[in-house]
Design a binder for this molecule. Structure first.
Ligand SMILES: [Zn+2]
Length: 393
């Protein structure tokens, strides 16, 4: 038949899907030198094969990284749409490679999907931060490296207390370079007391008369969820509320960056709310059941509603800049009642830098470049808050 030229008329086989620790692998068996294009669309990755044919259909996969896929036949091309609950952007969410076919002279297009595929290269050095609107004000902040000493925090390929300290030290450096006075709750593997309540009370007490308090943590979840949960969360103290998902902030204000909408923003309109995070339960290790006795008396200058509002603003700034610096999954700004953000007298947030329990994100959190990016995002968010949002005394 005339239409059946070489390589034409032969439908592409359906993709092969493999579940790997922390990612999903999609393999397409293609004729040699088959051209294709990839378009990351947030909640989906579109793969187009000009001149090819496929058998149209909808397929459910139900992996954390791949909900399912659709094959479409267009007049002059075949299209594969992969639905990616963790999101894909030009900077994150997928990796591809082409390999020779195992048999014959064809090729394999391999697409690996994971929200933990993020930017782990060296941080491009942004210009130094300068206070403009807050001219003349001297700010002082507390940076709390969570856990320490007898309390390792969450466990993964590395102990949480180590990651927290690495980042706290980096955040201090960035803030000091911008002229902010920084008090760390610890500078080594230590705690104020082996007694958790005494330790946390001492940390909170350091915030007296400072401008704000940032507590730095990394998360972990139960083994059954460990393969799928990854990304960044920032908490403020407040009544239970649905998380919200600020867009990533560009790293430099002078170089506008085209901002893709957050994948979760898109998802929240097309799937069940919070599909990625059905429990939204904070790490139990980070919840301190200690009652508030023997705590320092809160300073009277800021009422709790005002403090909550400012803490929420600070959380939003910090998460935006962390997302901008890392391209990590956006798990949102959330409210909670963690001890250290509840009993501080100043605006306070608790940052969760990712999941040590995730096979890939846990490894990311060991990498110096990635910790630089996380740290820069936190520091930059704090500086933007101080510059734009913190009330005049
Ligand atoms: Zn922690």
């Amino acid at each position: 038949m005339l239409l059946l030229g070489v390589g034409a008329g032969q439908s592409l086989p359906p993709p092969r899907i493999g579940d790997q620790p922390g990612f999903t692998r999609v393999v397409l068996d293609l004729p040699k030198d088959t051209p294709y294009t990839l378009e990351p669309l947030g909640a989906a990755l579109r793969v187009t094969f000009p001149g090819q044919t496929v058998t149209p259909g909808i397929h459910f996969v139900s992996q954390p990284e791949l909900a399912g896929y659709v094959l479409e036949q267009h007049e002059d091309k075949a299209v594969l749409i992969l639905f990616t609950p963790q999101g894909v952007t030009p900077r994150s969410g997928y990796k591809t490679m082409t390999l020779a076919a195992l048999e014959g002279d064809g090729q394999r297009l391999v697409i690996d999907l994971s929200g933990a595929f993020v930017e782990t290269g060296p941080l491009p050095l942004p210009p130094g931060f300068r206070f403009v609107k807050a001219n003349g004000r001297r700010f002082s902040v507390v940076v709390d490296a969570g856990h320490g000493g007898p309390d390792p925090g969450a466990m993964g390929p590395v102990a949480e207390k180590w990651v927290n300290l690495e980042v706290a030290l980096r955040v201090r450096r960035w803030l000091q370079e911008a002229g902010v006075e920084v008090t760390l709750t610890r500078e080594g593997d230590a705690a104020f007391s082996p007694d958790k309540r005494t330790d946390l009370t001492q940390r909170v007490a350091l915030a007296q008369s400072k401008h704000l308090f940032v507590s730095i943590h990394a998360n972990a979840t139960v083994p059954v969820q460990a393969d799928g949960w990854c990304g960044l969360e920032v908490y403020y103290f407040g009544p239970p509320a649905r998380p919200f998902f600020p867009p990533p902030a560009p790293l430099t204000p002078t170089l506008p960056v085209a901002l893709a909408p957050s994948p979760l923003d898109i998802l929240s309109t097309v799937t069940q709310p919070g599909a990625l995070d059905p429990g939204a339960e904070p790490d139990p290790k980070d919840i301190n059941p200690i009652p508030p006795q023997s705590l320092p008396t809160p300073t009277p200058q800021m009422n709790s509603a005002r403090r909550m509002e400012l803490s929420r603003t600070l959380a939003t700034r910090v998460l935006s800049y962390m997302l901008g610096a890392t391209a990590a999954v956006n798990r949102g700004v959330r409210s909670s009642d963690f001890f250290v953000i509840r009993y501080t007298s100043v605006p306070a947030i608790l940052v969760e830098m990712g999941y040590l329990s995730h096979p890939i994100e846990g490894q990311n959190l060991r990498e110096a470049n990635y910790l630089d990016r996380i740290s820069y995002g936190i520091a930059r968010g704090v500086l933007e808050y101080l510059e734009n949002d913190h009330p005049a005394e």
